[in-house]
Design a protein around this ligand. Structure first.
Ligand code: GDP
Length: 444
């Protein structure tokens, strides 16, 4: 998980100051020394660290903090505000053209995730903004780059414009924009050539593509795992061809976070999206405030709720609630519930969005046993319809059969049956409590 070390150190430092009824300048100084180390260790740009420490210190020793009743809390709020500011403050939106097609140019070094992100972005624009994107294969140098984009297009059922590798990228882009107008594609996303290092000839090519029609966005794709290198690359691309935003990929890995915290300050260009995995739906808009909140262990309930809203089927959730209430919940419903939870992504990532998750002992190293869920699913699949609805009939021989069918043990079956019973008991108690509560409310 990204930011782990930084989060741990910052939270530890802030914990010390949190409950203090009085804070002196010396306290602030000491705290900021720790914060400085934590940021440097996370590979944050030195200039950025200095500026950050200066800003927080100035505000923290201000009269309104020192005199307040909860100075510790105030200082933490200042740290959060400044972290948010560092990452760009407000969430940065995509700028769409008023005269479609909107042209988005994707640039970046080879291996950063440019082609993958081109596919993810197209998919997100279609899903969230109702757009009809056209993908353009303008990387004619990397072997198989055109093919990679075509495969992504097929996988996503999105059109890809390509003219092979014998025509100049400038010509390809010109024709692609014309094609988009005819085919009513309102967004054109251009996958340009990647490069291993910043190289003048290829930079010139990007400038030439840029000159065809002023793009509405030029997104630089950088790999978060490369830390300060990512920041240097961003600076360089920005100065040479001009970018409008950054997509930071591989934030699902264990990057220390330096790039995410420095890019905005150094380049003055916002991080627009972050890549959270290899799958096509693993691209998320970047929210500075939510990220700051997560780093400081305050959780990210907004993202959690959005994830749930995007993945959980409301109708099914209602049905489930009704079954809870009437206690007609079966193993089939249990399966349904597991599949809904699974859709939200890896469980350990979800857990970390909860406020205070960092403080739960052992959670930082917890790898939720997803295999356990698979085992539960396998067991339920091995049950007959009757067993799923009336588990009371599951006797010794049945247990043996189910264990054999699901590749598990009798103990596994027993455990699941007990869990199911406990869950039913709990539901009963809850419904009882609710109905009692209602009666009470009706009383004058
Ligand atoms: P390009 O050379 O910049 O076009 O890079 P590719 O799109 O081919 O990506 C390089 C590798 O990085 C591929 O294996 C991708 O699956 C992987 N990748 C891209 N984005 C992400 C991400 O957000 N998370 C992870 N874990 N892998 C990614």
């Amino acid at each position: 998980m990204a930011f782990e070390g930084l989060a741990e150190r910052l939270q530890g430092t802030l914990q010390k100051i949190k409950g203090k009824g009085k804070i002196s300048e010396a306290d602030v100084k000491e705290m900021m020394r720790d914060v400085r180390y934590a940021l440097l260790e996370a590979d944050v740009n030195l200039k950025v660290v200095k500026e950050f420490v200066k800003n927080v210190s100035e505000r923290a020793v201000g009269q309104d903090v020192m005199k307040s009743l909860t100075p510790g809390q105030q200082v933490i709020k200042i740290v959060k505000d400044e972290l948010t500011k560092l990452m760009g403050g407000e969430q940065s939106q995509i700028s769409f053209s008023t005269r479609p097609p909107t042209v988005i140019m994707m640039v970046g070094l080879q291996g950063a995730g440019k082609t993958t992100t081109t596919g993810k972005l197209a998919s997100l624009l279609r899903k969230k903004y109702n757009k009809k994107p056209l993908l353009v294969a303008a990387d004619i140098y990397r072997p198989a780059a055109v093919q990679q984009l075509e495969t992504l297009g097929k996988q996503l059922s999105l059109p890809v414009f390509s003219l092979g590798t014998d025509i100049s990228p400038v010509e390809i882009v010109k024709q692609a924009i014309e094609h988009a107008k005819e085919a009513h594609n309102d967004v054109v996303i251009i996958d340009t050539a990647g490069r291993l290092h910043i190289d003048e000839i290829l930079m010139q090519e990007l400038k030439d593509i840029r000159a065809i029609k002023e793009p509405d966005e030029v997104f630089l794709v950088v790999d978060a795992m490369t830390g300060q290198d990512a920041v240097n690359v961003a600076n360089n691309f920005n100065e040479t061809i001009g970018i409008t935003g950054v997509v930071l990929t591989k934030l699902d890995g264990d990057t220390r976070g330096g790039a995410a915290l420095s890019i905005r300050s150094v380049t003055q260009k916002p991080i627009k999206f972050v890549g959270m995995g290899e799958k096509m739906d693993a691209l998320e808009p970047f929210h500075p405030e939510r990220m700051a909140s997560r780093i400081l262990g305050m959780g990210d309930m907004m993202s959690l709720i959005e994830k749930a809203q995007a993945n959980v089927d409301e109708e099914k959730a209602k049905e489930l609630e009704e079954k809870f209430r009437t206690q007609s919940f079966t193993f089939d419903d249990f399966l349904e519930q597991i599949s809904q939870v699974k859709k939200m992504g890896p469980l350990d990532e979800i857990l970390k969005m909860l406020p205070g998750a960092g403080k739960i002992k052992g959670l930082e190293n917890a790898k939720v046993d997803e295999k356990q869920m698979d085992r539960v699913e396998a067991i339920i699949y091995s049950m007959t319809t009757q067993e799923k609805t009336t588990p009371d009939i599951i006797n010794g021989p049945r247990k043996k059969r189910i264990a054999k069918g699901s590749g598990t043990t009798i103990q596994d079956i027993n455990r699941l049956l007990k869990q199911f019973e406990d869950m039913k008991k709990m539901m009963k108690q809850m419904t009882n409590m609710q109905s009692k509560g209602k009666k009470k409310m009706k009383m004058p």
